[in-house]
Structure formats: C-alpha cells, structure tokens
Design a protein around this ligand. Structure first.
Ligand code: 5GP
Ligand code: ZN
Length: 115
C-alpha cells in the first residue's frame, strides 16, 4: 500500500503518531479531529496515501463508498442523532490543509465552533 513517510495521516495510520481512533480496518482509519469544529468531528481516512480527491479514479469507487457508509455508522455510534455535515476539502483553492484524502463528518448540538 502506498504510504508517504512525511505525511501526518500516513503516520497516524501506521500508529507512529497517536490519535483518538474510533475505527480501524484493512483499508480505513477514523479518528477525532484534533481541532474540532463541532461537538463530534471525526476524520475518515484511507490508509493508502491518496493526496486528494484530484487523485481519485474509478478504481477508488468502492473505497469512497466505504468512507461514506462508515461515516454514517460512526455518527450513529457517537450519538449524533439530529443531523450532521460531510466535508471534503480538495487542493489549495479547496482549503485542504493535510494533503492526504480525508472525509470530515461533523455533528452534535449547535452552536458549533466553526462551520
Ligand atoms: P483539511 O483542511 O485538510 O480538510 O483538514 C485537516 C484536518 O485535520 C483539520 O481539521 C485539522 O484539525 C486536522 N488535523 C491536522 N493535524 C492533525 C493531527 O495530527 N491529528 C488529528 N487528530 N487531526 C489533525
Ligand atoms: Zn498520507
């Protein structure tokens, strides 16, 4: 599986940097965002180093579907019952800060810190 030794999310996926994990399987890892916008804010991350949505191809269709479905399961498990928000930031103009594909799932009672 492709990994980038300088990438923070690759390091989290490899267990080299700690994170508050809520899910891990062969392909995906999910953990709480370090600077949450909402009472519940998790990141769903493929273990493979995919830089952003701009690198996604048809070969990733199943993986992206798994990310979405996992996010819904996690929101339910984390007690989010009144709606939530999905965000994927892509590239510089998309406001992406960590160059490893990730899906934000945010929920919980408002007001939120951001978003
Ligand atoms: P982006 O702007 O790339 O879509 O979002 C990156 C997200 O990753 C931000 O919400 C930021 O708070 C989060 N983040 C950055 N570094 C770390 C880290 O080391 N650990 C965790 N848990 N989240 C991080
Ligand atoms: Zn990476």
């Amino acid at each position: 599986m492709h990994s980038d030794p300088n990438c923070i999310f690759c390091k989290i996926a490899a267990g080299q940097i700690p994170a508050r994990k809520v899910h891990e399987d062969d392909e995906l890892i999910a953990f709480h965002d370090i600077a949450p916008w909402a009472p519940v804010h998790v990141l769903i991350v493929p273990k493979e180093h995919i830089g952003s949505m701009m690198e996604v191809t048809e070969a990733h269709e199943a993986l992206l579907g798994r990310m979405m479905v996992l996010s819904v399961k996690l929101m339910r498990e984390l007690g989010v019952t009144n709606g939530y928000r999905h965000v994927i930031n892509t590239g510089a103009d998309g406001g992406q800060e960590v160059p490893h594909l990730h899906l934000h799932a945010m929920g919980g009672p408002r007001p939120w810190n951001k978003g």
